[in-house]
Design a protein around this ligand. Structure first.
Ligand SMILES: *[C@@H]1O[C@H](CO)[C@@H](O)[C@H](O)[C@H]1NC(C)=O
Ligand SMILES: *[C@@H]1O[C@H](CO)[C@@H](O)[C@H](O)[C@H]1NC(C)=O
Ligand SMILES: *[C@@H]1O[C@H](CO)[C@@H](O)[C@H](O)[C@H]1NC(C)=O
Ligand SMILES: *[C@@H]1O[C@H](CO)[C@@H](O)[C@H](O)[C@H]1NC(C)=O
Length: 391
């Protein structure tokens, strides 16, 4: 495509994006008073960074992570804000505080009344001993979803001691669970795990951990729980380079993504939604929202130019190879280098998205149509029922 042409479509896309973001900022204020988040690196706003020793930070604690928005690494796995940050801003809330503070953080001065984040990069949905028995190892952390829930319960008990209206806090919070479970696949697929075993994990994942978390949150008094599905992993440079092959039939003709891996994500999401339907039946007074990350991201892969992207499958930050992803030299590790303009790239480091892509995904969730039910219809329900606790 001729350069002048793409420049023009980019500036139009940026203009539209600007309008959408300002709309978002006007919309939704006061709807939810806080955000509580669980998940992995897609939503970790600093927990893993603070768990690691300061002299041995994870990738997200090293340059060029954070270069676009915060201008320095703060533990976010992107060049800028994550989906949770953009959702927080659009609701008129501050950036989501990681539950784990830094070494020099004064614990008693921390205030989570506007939200708290338990997501930890690398976390799985299933527990470690179970995964290890299946031959799947977590190289990053021993935190899984259950650990995050235990932290939340401890936090909430303490919070209730100093905040008598803590039930209202929980009721008026937008609770985000996930994406979680994607790491089971990220680890298993490259650790040579038997494909049939991975398929059996699909069922475990949707039936066990994910549901446990939602039951417990609702029992504690949560009224809105949003559960995010898996992404189209067949479009990620991480998977595209690992499964690179010359069989054209394996690739989707329209997008260039690996069909069977995307089919896998879709299967995961189908099972997850079935599980959510069960929970809706069991807890009719709670609102369970399904967040469709898959299709919110897929629309970018289907027409990248429309969204201002010129590079879809080459990561912005990496150490070469057809997808600019090299597992032995990840972004932030020499000889990896970073692209000049991350906003033209969908993928930041081969696994995570750029802020530019996250903004479109967040917009698709907030404005629709990528949540079931639509967040804005739920929102009006919340403001009607956010009076004194009825539980
Ligand atoms: C921590 O914060 C509290 C409340 O803001 C303050 O009273 C206390 O002096 C602080 N402690 C330190 C060591 O800074
Ligand atoms: C926490 O911050 C909120 C406003 O963001 C304020 O209303 C509340 O009093 C603060 N709580 C404490 C314990 O400082
Ligand atoms: C780990 O998960 C498995 C399967 O979900 C479960 O049967 C087991 O009790 C869990 N173990 C611990 C220690 O939580
Ligand atoms: C990946 O990076 C390692 C370490 O720098 C290097 O030895 C290797 O050749 C690279 N592989 C590719 C395919 O570029």
């Amino acid at each position: 495509m001729a350069p002048f042409f793409s420049t023009k479509s980019i500036s139009i896309a940026i203009l539209i994006l600007g309008m959408l973001i300002s709309n978002q900022e006007a919309y939704g204020h006061g709807c939810y008073k806080s955000i509580i988040s669980f998940g992995d690196s897609l939503s970790d706003t600093g927990n893993l960074f603070h768990i690691y020793p300061p002299d041995k930070p994870p990738e997200s604690g090293r340059w060029p992570y954070g270069e676009t928005f915060f201008k320095h690494p703060t533990g976010l796995y992107s060049d800028g804000r994550l989906i949770v940050d953009i959702i927080a801003q659009s609701l008129g809330l501050p950036f989501l505080e990681p539950f784990i503070g830094g070494k020099n953080t004064n614990a008693s001065s921390r205030n989570f009344s506007k939200g708290v984040n338990f997501a930890v990069a690398g976390a799985t949905a299933l527990n470690l001993s179970f995964l290890e028995r299946s031959g799947i190892f977590n190289p990053l952390t021993n935190v899984f979803l259950g650990t995050q829930l235990d932290c939340f319960k401890e936090f909430f008990a303490t919070f209730c001691k100093t905040n008598p209206d803590c039930k209202t806090f929980l009721q008026t919070s937008l609770i985000l669970v996930g994406e979680i479970g994607g790491n089971e696949y990220n680890y298993a697929f490259v650790q040579g795990t038997d494909i049939e075993l991975i398929e059996s994990l699909l069922l475990q994942l949707s039936a066990t951990s994910a549901s446990r978390s939602k039951y417990e949150l609702i029992k504690l008094g949560a009224s809105t729980v949003t559960v995010l599905g898996n992404l189209p992993i067949g479009c990620a440079p991480y998977y595209l380079s690992y499964y690179e092959n010359s069989d054209e039939k394996e690739y989707d003709r329209k997008t260039g993504c690996l069909n069977w891996l995307n089919g896998f994500s879709e299967h995961h999401n189908d099972l997850l939604q079935m599980e959510l339907n069960c929970i809706r039946g069991l807890y009719p007074h709670a609102t369970i929202i399904y967040g469709d990350y898959y299709n919110a991201a897929m629309r970018i892969y289907l027409s990248p130019n429309k969204f201002g992207f010129t590079s879809v499958f080459r990561a912005c930050c990496g150490a070469g190879g057809p997808y600019n992803y090299n597992a032995s030299a990840l972004c932030s590790t020499p000889p990896a280098t970073v692209c000049d303009d991350p906003s033209q790239y969908v993928s930041w480091d081969g696994i995570h998205f750029t802020e530019a892509a996250y903004r479109w995904i967040a917009q698709g969730l907030l404005e629709g149509p990528y949540t079931i039910p639509l967040i804005r219809t739920v929102c009006s329900l919340i403001s009607r029922t956010s009076g004194p606790s009825e539980y």
